[in-house]
Design a protein around this ligand. Structure first.
Ligand code: NIG
Ligand code: FE
Length: 428
């Protein structure tokens, strides 16, 4: 059961993002953080009960102040726990040798086409036990939490056979049960064409549609259905077929789109009614306009461009065109082995033209919308889950200005203090 109420008071700036739970924020609305100075929150039974100025809440709770655990946030900022809407959390092994090869001139796609890349992680994940995958995921979830992330999405996609895809999704479910960070699951059976189907990718797509999707739905293993739509991986036609089929099983489409080459993935996302299109490094203007029109969220992964030494997605242009933009780590062993959302926010400002305010919107409420959790998390409003982040900076701009550092002081997840003074302190 929940411990006593928590009263956080005197935050220099409390970034509430109020009124944003229904629709993802676009254009200038992405800059409206609805900041309360000298902010305070009353947390009880896992939820935010009240949010306002310290004086307002001290008056509201004057008879109960001595019941609460009091956290003095003077000199710090308080914001919603960060949300990472695109990760490949569950995998075995690591690929630092490929990193070294890339630094010596090899490209990501060359490595993948020679049996490395996603294929290398697939072999290691196929032979790992579910328990090993859970343990590896828990280590990563600790890293996310220490960086202020309280909710993430996690994809399968390193099985490319049913047994392993299932094992990844059940490992993600166990990790969710065992760890304070909430893990929202996406099925990504079509992450690469497995070696066994190299000559016949259509047959593999049919296998995913006919054999895997029904089981994902039956066992309630995932909410979303994702595919790597990329030249040399899956075509837009194959992607459309798979995403449409998933909808029939109640799985909401997501898509890895226009990551390495322009391939009309953004356009496809709009046409199939995807909740988000992710990556978009090479998305066309037309694709952006279609996404804006349909309200498809652009999940941008600046760490991937950074780590692949590629040109970043045109985030500024997407926002100006009306695309609701979210940010994510893309945490995976090949193109972005990081768990740091704050660094992604730094990169979004430096390489994509987002402002510090837009980066916060993109890493909280818009990210929550991208995984259908905006009614529960992503803003500081009464009734929402008490997922809160206290940072050791006096104003929100300093979060980006002092880049490359972890400013996390305290994290509260579901009303429990899980990080204190920057260190994990949750009960197992
Ligand atoms: O989102 N682009 C495809 N999938 C991942 C990378 C996976 C890997 O390299 O293991 C991504 O970047
Ligand atoms: Fe990805």
């Amino acid at each position: 059961m929940h411990s006593k109420p928590i009263f956080i008071k005197q935050a220099n700036q409390m970034i509430t993002m109020k009124g944003s739970s229904k629709q993802p924020l676009t254009k200038e609305k992405m800059s409206e953080l609805f900041i309360i100075e000298d902010g305070a929150v009353w947390v009880e039974e896992g939820r935010i009960k009240s949010a306002g100025t310290t004086a307002e809440l001290e008056a509201e709770y004057q008879n109960r102040l001595n019941e609460a655990e009091i956290i003095n946030a003077k000199g710090k900022i308080l914001l919603p726990g960060l949300v990472d809407p695109h990760t490949h959390l569950v995998y075995a092994g690591s690929r630092e040798e490929e990193f070294n090869m890339r630094l010596n001139g090899a490209t990501y796609m060359e490595i993948m086409n020679n049996g490395g890349g996603i294929h290398a992680t697939t072999s290691m994940t196929r032979t790992a036990s579910e328990e090993e995958l859970v343990d590896a995921s828990l280590v990563r979830l600790d890293r996310f939490l220490k960086h202020g992330v309280t909710t993430i999405e996690a994809k399968s996609g390193y099985g490319l056979d049913w047994e392993t895809e299932r094992k990844q999704l059940t490992a993600a479910r166990k990790a969710d049960e065992l760890h304070p960070v909430e893990v929202v699951r996406t099925f990504m059976g079509a992450h690469a064409v497995p070696a066994e189907y190299k000559e016949n990718p259509d047959a593999f797509i049919n296998l995913v549609i006919e054999e895997m999707l029904p089981k994902v739905a039956e066992e309630k293993l995932a909410e979303f259905n994702d595919i790597f739509c990329e030249r040399g991986v899956f075509t837009p036609e194959q992607s459309r077929k798979l995403l449409e089929a998933g909808k029939k099983y109640g799985l909401t489409p997501k898509i890895h789109a226009d990551e390495i080459e322009p391939y009309e993935g953004a356009e496809l996302a709009a046409e199939v009614g995807a909740i988000s299109a992710d990556h978009l490094l090479r998305a066309s203007d037309k694709g952006m306009e279609m996404m804006a029109e349909k309200g498809v969220i652009g999940v941008l992964l600046p760490g991937t461009a950074f780590f692949l030494m590629a040109e970043a997605a045109r985030g500024r242009r997407m926002i100006d065109k009306g695309v609701p933009v979210a940010l994510s780590t893309d945490c995976n062993p090949g193109s972005s082995p990081t768990c740091s959302m704050p660094f992604m926010m730094n990169l979004a400002c430096m390489h994509m033209g987002l402002t510090p305010a837009e980066a916060i919107t993109a890493a909280t409420i818009n990210a929550a919308h991208a995984i259908n959790r905006a009614e529960e998390v992503g803003s500081i409003e009464p009734g929402k889950k008490a997922d809160l982040l206290l940072l050791n900076v006096p104003n929100y701009m300093q979060m980006q200005y002092h880049y490359g550092m972890n400013h996390t002081d305290t994290v509260i997840k579901n009303g429990e203090v899980v990080v204190k003074g920057g260190s994990l302190c949750y009960q197992q």
